[in-house]
Design a protein around this ligand. Structure first.
Ligand code: ACO
Length: 440
C-alpha cells in the first residue's frame, strides 16, 4: 500500500477507504467517495473560518507560526527589512526573484510612470464628506478605478494584468494621501518623480507651502521598512478575499477594493487603530492591571495581541520594535509607547496569555510609530493597505495561473427548515418565528 496515504474505516458501513495524501494533506474531494447510500452526496469536511484547510498552493510567503518565522520567496523577513527597499521587495514578491540593478531601476521607473490619478478620480474623491473615514474613501476609489481602465477586465491576459498591477501599486499612495488631505480641505499634491516611493508618499501627505518638501530620511526609511513588513502574509483574511473575488474573474480593482474592505475590520488591519484607542482608554500605566483583568474577564480584547497563525512572537513585531527606537530618536518618546511596553511585559507574564500563546502581533507597535510620525489613527489601516496591495496582487496572479483553481465556492451544512408551504397573509399568526419572517 502507498505509504503516502491514509486508511479510513467508516463505522457506519465498515467500508475501508484508502485516501492518497497530497503534500501531506487529504484532498477534500477524495472524501466524497465515503457514502452510506450510493445516492448520498458523499462526505464533506466542515471547517468554519478555515481553521485547518489549505485553499491553495502558494510559493510566495512562508510562515512557521510556532517558530515565529516569516519569509517572502524564501528570504527571511529580517534580511529583507534590513537590506532592501520596499519596491525591491515588491519586485521579489511579484516575480519570485530579487531584481538586479537594471531590473530594479526599470521597475522603479515603471511605478513612477503610474503614480498620477486621473483628474476625474480626483473629483470622485472630492465628493466625499469632510469627515469620511479614509479607509472607506480608499476602498471606493480603488473600485472606481475599474471604470477608468476598462481594459483591466481582461484578467486572462498577462500583459494587461501586469500593467494593472503596476498601476495599482503606484496609485495607492496617491489615493491614500488625497484621502487624508481631503479631510483638512488641503489641496492635493501631485506625485514628485524625483522622490523615492516612500518620500513621495510623505510629500503628498505633508507638503504645505514650502517650495520643496524634504522628508526626514530616518522616518522615510522607517516607513519603507514598515511597508516591507506588511507586503504579504499568505492566506490571511484580506488575501483570501482577494483570491475569492478574483476567482470569479472580477477585475483587479474591484478585487483589491474587496480585499481592502476585509482589511478594514478591527480583527484584521483595523487592529492598529484599535490599539491606539485602547492605549488612550488605559491612559496611564497604573490602569494596566485593571485593563488586563477586564480582558481576562472576557469583557474585551487586548488589541494587537494574538494571531491565527503565530503562536510565538510575530517576527514583524520584533522588527517594528527596533524601527520604533529609530523613529523615537527623531520624534522623541511617546507616552503611549511606555504604556504599550508595560502592557506587553505584564501580558507576556500572565497565565491567561501564556496559556493561549498570545503574543504581540504586527499591529501592536505599528500604530504607535505611525502616530509618532504624524499619521492620524484613522489612516493606519490605509497605511497597511499601501504595501499589502503587492501581496494581494501577487496572490491574485498566482491564483489565476493555477490550473487547479476555479471559482471559490464553499459548501454548507444546511440547518434550516425542511420543505414547508406558503402561508397566506391572513393565516399567519403572531406566532410566526421571527427568523422565518426575516427570511421571507
Ligand atoms: N485578547 C484577549 N484574548 C484573546 C485575544 C486577545 N487579543 N486573542 C485571542 N484571545 C483568546 C480568545 O478569546 C480565545 O480564548 P478561549 O480559548 O478562552 O476562548 C483564545 O485566545 C484563542 O483565540 P481565537 O479567537 O480562537 O483565535 P483566532 O485565531 O480565531 O483569532 C485574532 C485571531 C482574530 C487575531 C485574535 O487573536 C484577535 O482578535 N486579536 C485582537 C485583534 C488583532 O490584534 N488583530 C490583528 C491580527 S494581525 C493582522 O490581521 C494584521
Amino acid at each position: 500500500m502507498d505509504q503516502e496515504s491514509i486508511t479510513i474505516i467508516d463505522n457506519r458501513t465498515d467500508a475501508q477507504y484508502h485516501i492518497p495524501l497530497f503534500k501531506g494533506c487529504v484532498r477534500a474531494a477524495d472524501l466524497r467517495q465515503i457514502k452510506v447510500q450510493t445516492e448520498d452526496f458523499g462526505m464533506m469536511t466542515y471547517d468554519p473560518a478555515f481553521m485547518n484547510t489549505a485553499s491553495c498552493q502558494s510559493s510566495i510567503t512562508y510562515i512557521d507560526g510556532e517558530k515565529g518565522i516569516l519569509r517572502y520567496r524564501g528570504y527571511p523577513i529580517e534580511e529583507l527589512a534590513q537590506n532592501c527597499t520596499f519596491l525591491e521587495v515588491a519586485y521579489l514578491i511579484l516575480n519570485g526573484e530579487l531584481p538586479n540593478s537594471a531590473e530594479l531601476q526599470e521597475w522603479i521607473d515603471r511605478v513612477k510612470h503610474h503614480t498620477m490619478i486621473h483628474e476625474t478620480t480626483k473629483k470622485f474623491l472630492e465628493g466625499f464628506r469632510y469627515d469620511a473615514h479614509p479607509m472607506g474613501m480608499v476602498i471606493s476609489t480603488v473600485a472606481a478605478l475599474s471604470t477608468v481602465y476598462p481594459e483591466c477586465r481582461d484578467v486572462t491576459d498577462r500583459e494587461t494584468r501586469r500593467k494593472e498591477i503596476t498601476r495599482l501599486i503606484a496609485k495607492m499612495p496617491t489615493i491614500c494621501a488625497y484621502a487624508y488631505r481631503h479631510h483638512f480641505g488641503l489641496p492635493y499634491i501631485y506625485p514628485d518623480n524625483d522622490l523615492s516611493f516612500t518620500e513621495n508618499f510623505m510629500n503628498m501627505m505633508w507638503k504645505m507651502v514650502e517650495p520643496k518638501y524634504v522628508a526626514n530620511k530616518t522616518l522615510a526609511r522607517a516607513l519603507d521598512i514598515l511597508f516591507i513588513l506588511h507586503a504579504d502574509h499568505e492566506q490571511n483574511c484580506s488575501t483570501n478575499t482577494m483570491r475569492a473575488v478574483g476567482s470569479s474573474l472580477a477585475d483587479p480593482y474591484v478585487s483589491v477594493a474587496a480585499a481592502a474592505a476585509a482589511l478594514s475590520g478591527p480583527l484584521h488591519g483595523g487592529a492598529n487603530e484599535e490599539v491606539l484607542r485602547m492605549l488612550d482608554e488605559i491612559g496611564t500605566k497604573d490602569n494596566i492591571p485593571a485593563f488586563i483583568k477586564h480582558v481576562k474577564d472576557g469583557k474585551g480584547k487586548l488589541m494587537g495581541f494574538g494571531h491565527r497563525v503565530y503562536k510565538n512572537y510575530d517576527p514583524r513585531a520584533r522588527i517594528i520594535k527596533w524601527t520604533a527606537d529609530q523613529v523615537f530618536k527623531v520624534t522623541g518618546r511617546n507616552a503611549k509607547l511606555e504604556i504599550a511596553i508595560e502592557l506587553e511585559r505584564i501580558a507576556l507574564e500572565d497565565e491567561y496569555f501564556v496559556k493561549r500563546k498570545l503574543y504581540p502581533n504586527v499591529d501592536f507597535y505599528s500604530g504607535i510609530i505611525y502616530q509618532a510620525m504624524g499619521f492620524r489613527p484613522d489612516l493606519f489601516t490605509v497605511l497597511f493597505s499601501i504595501p499589502r496591495v503587492v501581496g494581494w496582487l501577487a496572490q491574485w496572479e498566482e491564483m489565476l495561473e493555477d490550473h487547479e483553481q476555479k471559482i471559490a465556492r464553499p459548501r454548507q451544512i444546511y440547518t434550516g427548515h425542511d420543505e414547508r408551504h406558503f402561508v397566506p397573509m391572513d393565516k399567519r399568526g403572531t406566532g410566526q418565528p421571527a427568523q422565518a419572517v426575516a427570511q421571507a
